[in-house]
Design a protein around this ligand. Structure first.
Ligand code: F6R
Length: 607
């Protein structure tokens, strides 16, 4: 949440900042601003609204020159969407931007009021600016160290001190910051995507560290010991086009179409001669030995990937799996031991609830493995082991390709567990690999049905509500399909285990209400279709999404999205792509911004 960028160097900063904010807009888009700080003083330009509005203001500004500055795009936590609440915030000597939440801001504000400080905005961030100003002794480092002792909550700050023109001081406890340096200058951002056009080499600012950015370069310090450290550089192999729309109308559309490549990049390097091989990931077999239970912790879409994972692991290798919402897990007092494998799933690797769940699992002695897309992210760094997905950057707020590769991660883990526990013969493992790769190959075919799925989307575009049905593994897919539709099109959509509908919710099924029924599991197909018939009998508009042969069921549905048939274990990929395309087109028909749905932001770094 909230996008942050900072630059100091030899070139004009304003354009770098605004362009960076455009790349980061998916992290929050209710207001945006920049500040420049040089020998002539500090200039702040900010506005409620999207980065495009900031761009206009910057272009019209009488003076937006300067080679050192910071920029921010906001996802509101404290205080409404107004220009006054937009960052940067200024308090006398201090101009800063912030990602995170200051939990004790009310107490701090009260103590500062006595000293005459009065906030202009309703934000926790302005209080942090006032606090740092009140502590300022002329030594930025010492001042930040003092502030760090007082501030409670989560933060990544970029701070400019009026009497240190050309310099930016950044401090992180938990909210992510990454930095790089090139011959043009030093850059910092909340996310590598904003820096891609300048460098593919970067470092993640470790927690409880301070970064000092000067025209001469970047220095990294431990906040407590003040010791200077050598940053641990990482390399990203995404090219600059990976974070661009590349001719598609929306990032979400592009990312749906990225899926064949993302899946191949995630799976192919790990399958060798009919076996799964994690040696390049540094994941030792020892991790899986002695595991008698798996707990998946994640949020939103990533949690739905866990539902798919649960079904495949339990069905194929009979190890009990529970799937927990990360936001609940840490308050459940979970029972964990060294035989429990906790799998954290996260595209960003920064989701605060998932990170907290991981920390609890580590504390309580469970084994931890994360399925993460962003290299060097907090979850990746703090897990015992990481299985990176190779989806490339995901920009649309609604997750698509990340879900598919997370599911693929669970298939790989299942195969590894089966091998280690001696639950599959060599032939069975080879067959698993063959069917898995075949299923991935069908996604390309599903994408070719885009126009056809669009015609079905048009039929349901005006609905107020919709229900997704599925049994077993298909409930996970239905849950994800439903989330996709509701988060971007604002259709009031819910997923149900198909057999459960008649225990209450069927009362909401009336004439024309869309029922999207997902069927990839032959064993429960007759039961699912019985449930579907029950809705049809009440006038529902039934859309079947399936890879199975529907001969004999023709009267039970109105529309059929038929994806290529695959082995029952691997129905995940084709159906997922079809459901994403459906949600996408409904949203376009309804005229909403597909990539930036209201109230949302990508990478939820607050609890
Ligand atoms: C929905 C969506 C969210 C995320 C969730 C977890 O389309 O993207 O539900 O899946 O916020 O995010 P990560 O995977 O970054 O932990």
């Amino acid at each position: 949440m909230c996008g942050i960028i900072g630059f100091t160097g030899q070139t004009e900063a304003a354009n770098i900042l605004v362009e960076g904010l455009q790349q980061l807009e998916y992290r929050g888009y209710d207001s945006a601003g920049i500040a420049l700080n040089d020998e002539n003083g500090t200039k702040v330009i900010k506005t409620a609204g999207k980065v495009a509005m900031l761009r206009e203001k910057v272009d019209q500004a009488s003076d937006a020159s300067g080679t050192c500055g910071i920029g921010h795009t906001r996802w509101a936590t404290h205080g409404g969407v107004t220009t006054a609440n937009a960052h940067p915030h200024v308090s006398n000597n201090i101009t800063l931007i912030h990602n995170g939440i200051i939990e004790n801001y009310k107490e701090i504000a009260a103590s500062l009021a006595v000293k005459g400080y009065k906030a202009i905005s309703e934000t926790d961030t302005e209080v942090a600016a006032m606090l740092i100003d009140s502590l300022y002794s002329g030594d930025p480092f010492e001042t930040m160290k003092e502030a760090n002792k007082i501030l409670e909550g989560a933060y990544g700050f970029c701070i400019m001190f009026k009497d240190h023109p050309g310099e930016i001081y950044c401090m992180r406890n938990s909210s992510p910051l990454v930095a790089t340096v090139t011959e043009d200058g030093a850059y910092i951002a909340s996310d590598m995507v904003a820096l891609l056009q300048y460098s593919k080499d970067y470092f993640v600012v470790p927690e409880d560290h301070i970064v000092v950015m000067k025209k001469s370069g970047i220095e990294l310090f431990d906040i407590e010991t003040k010791e200077k450290e050598t940053p641990k550089m990482l390399h990203v192999d995404w090219d600059t086009t990976a974070a661009q729309k590349g001719g598609y109308d929306y990032f979400m559309q592009k990312e749906i179409y990225d899926q064949p490549e993302a899946l191949t990049n995630t799976v192919a390097p790990r399958l060798h001669n009919g076996h799964v091989d994690f040696s390049a990931d540094g994941i030792s077999d020892e991790l899986f030995q002695g595991v008698n239970r798996v707990i998946v912790c994640a949020c939103g879409t990533a949690m739905h990937a866990g539902l798919v994972g649960r079904n495949i692991i339990e069905a194929m290798i009979r190890i009990p799996v529970t799937v927990e919402l990360a936001s609940e897990f840490r308050y459940m007092n979970p029972i964990l031991d060294e035989h429990t494998l906790v799998v954290i799933v996260s595209q960003s690797g920064e989701t605060a609830d998932s990170l907290a769940a991981l920390r609890l699992a580590n504390e309580r002695g469970a084994k931890t493995l994360s399925i993460v897309n962003v290299k060097g992210s907090s979850i990746a760094r703090e897990s015992d082991h990481v299985l990176y997905t190779h989806a490339g950057p995901e920009i649309a707020v609604a997750s698509t390709k990340a879900f598919s590769v997370q599911c693929a991660g669970f298939y790989l883990i299942t195969l590894k567990l089966a091998e280690i526990k001696g639950l599959m013969t060599d032939e069975e493992q080879a067959d698993f690999c063959e069917q898995f790769e075949k299923a991935i190959g069908t996604v390309e075919e599903v994408l070719k049905q885009d126009d056809y799925i669009k015609t079905i989307s048009e039929k349901i575009k005006d609905t107020f509500s919709a229900f997704y049905l599925g049994r077993g593994l298909d409930f996970g897919l239905a849950s994800e399909g439903s989330l996709k539709l509701k988060e971007i099109s604002y259709v009031n959509s819910e997923a149900y285990n198909a057999g459960e509908l008649k225990h209450g919710t069927i009362s909401l099924v009336t004439e024309g209400v869309p029922i999207i029924a997902v069927a990839t599991q032959s064993s429960v197909l007759p039961k699912l279709m019985a449930n579907v018939e029950e809705t049809k009998a009440r006038g529902a508009h039934v859309i079947m999404v399936t890879d199975k042969d529907m001969t004999g069921y023709e009267g039970a549905f109105d529309d059929l999205i038929q994806v290529p048939e695959v082995d029952d274990r691997f129905g995940t990929f084709g159906v997922t792509a079809a459901l994403q395309i459906l949600a996408y087109h409904v949203t376009v028909f309804r005229g909403y911004d597909v990539d930036q749905p209201r109230n949302l932001a990508k990478s939820v770094t607050v609890e």
